[in-house]
Design a protein around this ligand. Structure first.
Ligand code: FAD
Length: 682
């Protein structure tokens, strides 16, 4: 069938799971022409991923919907470790905090994926006309190599077909079974979307080709295509890219129930190792639910060489495993919300991008076990990394070379994730050691220490991007396969001075402490000022402004930033507001009462004919009336006598650190990748 319609878009997203929705959400804030299609007729309503790490909540907050997740979710504060005692009976051996205290203003929470998708959909709607087109299946992909280097061109052509309702809504079988009390229970079969069920994309394509009810065949020409289409990724297959790694023999059973039990820690996150019956992870959830993750014994059921037979897996089998592990405590349920079983592959994509035109994100480039609640978080953080870069290239703010940093930054994270999962899986799944001589068993001390260390990685806060065009730090620029970073060479390399901010790491996300607004004394967490709206930020920490040298530096920097030929003007298209591409924020060291906003140069609180002065750019590290003292200078490791300046990327990661008034180095940094605007007028 010939396409009946044709469209041109900047970005086409395939797949509206967490990764695709995060990307659409970014692009909705940056005014980029975007379409997003998903083969399924509906979003998911229960089950699947549920853990939200603290970095993910920080990101949600930068999009203004963390409060929804925070309110609805279950908060996980403590982890209890249970192991067998000398008699082989399980007992609580340790309690550790779930989120490492002090690393974020948020802590890990759990809420099911369907709600999170809802928050994204609402946010996208509020900021744009983008709608998720459901029941729309891509059937063909063409890539015109000749157009790949011209970023005004549309090298991608994807044919999509609209499916009928029946096609896009797979039959989810109901299963009936009896609870331990003999009650009849009906549960949706969670296997229908599990990876133990065959992927149905090819069947859908075939059905769509012959289906007379197909509404429309359309050709979408795109500048960029992003495959967020999950572990079976159709986009990945079009590119011929592979996932590398192993499929493990582990099958995980997942049961979401309202538990009836005498186990004392059922409302804590628990890792329970029984002496001989295996291990279970308990995740207390919203709405009285509890999720149990159990590794099912597979050997007798595995098919030779391939995917395990799944017909034997039922909610009862999963429950019985849990009951054996929890013995002598009792466990049963009357209500089961969802269940599934899936086989774990620990794999990473060999390439994340085709010529920086087609990208893969989320489960399409990494798969691993669910225990540490990473899948959804890392998937969303992939496209959080990519979204602003695409927007800046589409809008012509930035050179396309920044797109290479997507693969160099995110492939490393995916590899770290798989390595972490390997280590953790072995420790979680192994039989506990009986004593020090039992070398085959897993030492529970080692498990605890791995859990504690793993928590930092799992929080997402530890992410530390390597040196590149957009991260000015020591170290060779990361090179990986063809994703070599175009970095500044030694002579032009931008120099950071990390010694000026001893507790901020270049390449990591900016930590947050409370500061007060200079003009109205209201306390803010610094991160609350860093909205995800696509802006670069220079945060000036001028130190104590009562010191004449510090005030002089502010005058000098303000004069340069505010000049007609400053780099900020250079990179901001007229007539857009002066803070719309690079925003300048100030945090001085106080006291607040010793400084008047209007004593500072205009560059630090821009003036507009219609809106007057901007009172939301200058802040102070001082005592608040009601919320204590954030001690921002001490916590960032900045000397209030000397001060420092920091450049932040639109995704809150630290790019550069230098002297307060080092205008020249800032200029050099931005010149590495930004594109001059208003050329015809200059
Ligand atoms: P997905 O959420 O898989 O989204 C992909 C989207 O693309 C889907 O909406 C799909 O319909 C669409 N799509 C796929 N192919 C096409 C195509 N050809 N054309 C158009 N659209 C397409 N993680 C945990 O942390 N804890 C868990 O307990 C957990 N349980 C899980 C249980 C199951 C059954 C599954 C499948 C996954 C589970 N995960 C779990 C993993 C977690 O859901 C994923 O890591 C996360 O959803 C990844 O997000 P994503 O956006 O990359 O992919």
């Amino acid at each position: 069938t010939l396409p009946q319609a044709e469209d041109h878009v900047d970005v086409l997203i395939v797949g509206a799971g967490p990764a695709g929705l995060m990307l659409a959400n970014w692009l909705s804030r940056c005014d980029v022409k975007t379409r997003i299609v998903d083969k399924r007729g509906t979003k998911i309503f229960n089950g699947q991923a549920d853990g939200l790490q603290c970095r993910t909540l920080e990101i949600f907050d930068s999009f203004d919907f963390a409060d929804r997740a925070w309110r609805e979710s279950n908060h996980m504060l403590e982890i209890c470790l249970w192991n067998p005692d000398e008699q082989g009976r399980i007992r609580r051996s340790d309690r550790i905090p779930d989120t490492i205290p002090g690393i974020s203003r948020f802590q890990q929470v759990v809420l099911h994926q369907g709600r999170i998708e809802r928050f994204f959909l609402d946010s996208i709607k509020e900021h744009s006309d983008i709608v998720v087109e459901r029941g729309v299946l891509p059937t063909a992909f063409e890539f015109d190599d000749a157009k790949a280097d011209d970023f005004n061109e549309y090298p991608i052509n994807v044919t999509v077909r609209t499916l009928s309702d029946e096609e896009s809504t797979p039959q989810q079988q109901q299963q009936h079974h009896k609870s331990a009390k003999g009650e009849e229970i009906t549960v949706s079969d969670g296997l229908y979307r599990s990876n133990l069920a065959a992927d149905d994309t090819d069947d859908l394509i075939r059905a769509a080709e012959t289906n007379s009810r197909v509404d429309q065949v359309e050709s979408i020409k795109a500048k960029f295509l992003v495959g967020c289409d999950g572990a079976h990724s159709w986009v990945r297959r079009q590119l011929g890219f592979q996932l590398e790694g192993d499929s493990t023999d582990y099958i995980w059973g997942v049961l979401d129930i309202v538990p009836i039990t005498d186990f004392p820690d059922i409302r804590q996150r628990c890792a329970i190792h029984s002496a001989t019956a295996g291990s279970v992870m308990v995740i207390p959830r919203e709405n009285k639910l509890v999720r149990l993750y159990i590794q099912l014994q597979t050997t007798e059921h595995a098919q030779a060489g391939g995917k395990a037979d799944r017909s034997w897996i039922t909610p009862e089998i999963i429950l019985q495993s849990a009951q054996r592990i929890l013995h002598p405590y009792k466990l049963d349920y009357s209500y089961c919300d969802w269940w599934t079983a899936y086989q774990i592959g620990q794999r990473v994509g060999n390439q994340f991008s085709l010529k920086e035109r087609v990208f893969l994100a989320g489960d399409a480039v990494h798969t691993h076990s669910p225990k540490a609640g990473q899948g959804m978080n890392v998937s969303m953080q992939d496209t959080y990394n990519l979204g602003w870069k695409l927007a800046h290239v589409v809008k012509g703010y930035s050179d396309p070379s920044i797109l290479k940093t997507y693969q160099s930054e995110r492939k490393k994270i995916a590899q770290d994730l798989i390595a972490f999962d390997h280590r953790f899986s072995r420790l979680f799944s192994g039989r506990p050691a009986k004593d020090i001589m039992d070398e085959e068993g897993v030492s529970m001390e080692e498990f605890k220490s791995a859990f504690e260390k793993g928590n930092e990685f799992a929080s997402g806060i530890a992410v530390n991007y390597g040196a590149s065009l957009i991260v000015a730090k020591e170290g060779d620029p990361v090179t990986q396969g063809d994703g070599t970073i175009v970095a500044q060479d030694k002579t032009t390399r931008v120099v950071s001075k990390p010694q000026l901010v001893t507790k901020i790491d270049i390449g990591k996300r900016m930590p947050s402490f409370k500061v007060l607004n200079q003009s109205d004394a209201r306390p803010w967490h610094l991160q609350e000022l860093l909205k995800s709206n696509g802006r670069w930020r220079i945060i000036v920490f001028p130190g104590q402004l009562s010191l004449p040298t510090n005030m002089q530096r502010m005058q000098s920097l303000g004069a340069k930033l505010g000049a007609k030929d400053s780099f900020i003007r250079h990179y901001t298209p007229t007539p857009q507001p002066i803070d719309s591409v690079i925003e300048v924020l100030t945090v001085h060291a106080g006291p607040r009462a010793d400084v008047e906003l209007l004593d500072l140069p205009e560059a630090f609180h821009p003036y507009s004919e219609t809106l007057g002065w901007d009172y939301w750019k200058v802040f102070v590290d001082d005592q608040s009336y009601h919320e204590g003292h954030g001690q921002a200078y001490a916590n960032y490791g900045i000397d209030p006598v000397k001060g420092a300046s920091v450049i932040l990327r639109p995704d809150q990661y630290v790019s550069w650190v230098g002297e307060v008034d080092d205008y020249e180095e800032m200029e050099k940094f931005f010149a590495g990748f930004m594109k001059a605007q208003n050329l015809e007028k200059e």
